[in-house]
Design a protein around this ligand. Structure first.
Ligand SMILES: [Cu+2]
Length: 256
């Protein structure tokens, strides 16, 4: 029986070295300054760059494997095509080959799982101490946003309510309680790299910390009814002073 080793899969040493480099190296080409990527919208949350980094690593690993596997498939198809006078070989498995193609994918999947778990735990785990807590209640087809008034507490008489207008102070950790009045919606803040379902009867807690000022959009990422396409909201990230001034102004308008 033919002995199968790594050499069979990578006949040239350079080929194997290149693959290992690709898997191990940080895909630095994909990282611009400030987390900007040529295919992504701007990242404006404290964890945006981490999510993008994970995305690029997963894409690089799975992309490299895709080309390797499809290339090998093509090579075998051509190299071992039917030819007159050549009898087909009967191969009844190979323990060494099976160990290799089980252990390598298992190690890759384990690496991806551990790398993802770290980022997931940071974003979805216990939030860091927050400076502001607000509530977003989704309904067909709008985002109802509630801010604490001067007393700094939610669900008191001085609360400030807006529709589709999410203002956030830059640099501050903001805790968001997300719920729904009717059906399942999904709060998607592309520039924050944050998406979370709004489920009736449940309150989802999440946190954001904006790193840049600017104007962005909220989109509903769950087909929630006929008006789903127009379930848009607007995000304004501004300095804490500008945020307080805006909140005060809205509160005065509402109490007038
Ligand atoms: Cu919706």
């Amino acid at each position: 029986m033919t002995r199968i080793s790594v050499r069979h899969f990578f006949p040239h040493k350079k080929c194997l070295t290149l693959l290992l480099l690709l898997l191990a190296a940080e895909p630095a080409w994909a990282f611009g300054s400030g987390g900007a990527r040529f295919w992504f919208p701007e990242a404006v949350s404290s964890y945006g760059a981490q999510v993008d980094r994970l995305f690029v690593i997963v894409l690089a690993v799975t992309g490299a494997i895709f080309f390797l596997v499809e290339g090998a498939l093509l090579w075998f198809l051509i190299r071992y095509r039917r030819r007159d006078g050549v009898a087909a070989a009967y191969v009844h498995g190979n323990v060494r080959a099976e160990i290799i193609w089980t252990v390598i994918p298992a190690a890759i999947v384990l690496y991806l799982a551990l790398a993802s778990q770290r980022v997931w735990a940071y974003i979805q785990g216990p939030p860091p101490p927050h400076q502001l807590e607000l509530e977003i209640k989704a309904e067909q087809f709008a985002w109802n946003i509630r801010y604490p008034g001067p007393d700094g507490r939610l669900h008191t008489t001085d609360d400030v309510e807006t529709i589709n207008q999410l203002h956030l102070p830059v640099g501050q950790v903001v805790l968001i309680n997300l719920s729904s009045k009717d059906v399942i919606h999904s709060l998607f803040l592309p520039q924050f790299r944050l998406k979370r379902d709004a489920v009736p009867g449940m309150t989802g807690r999440m946190w954001v910390q904006a790193t840049n000022t600017g104007n962005f959009e909220i989109v509903c990422a769950e087909l929630c009814g006929l008006g789903h396409y127009r379930m848009r909201g607007f995000v304004v990230i501004e300095t804490p002073d500008a945020f307080q001034a805006w909140l005060k102004q809205v509160q005065q308008e509402q109490s007038a």
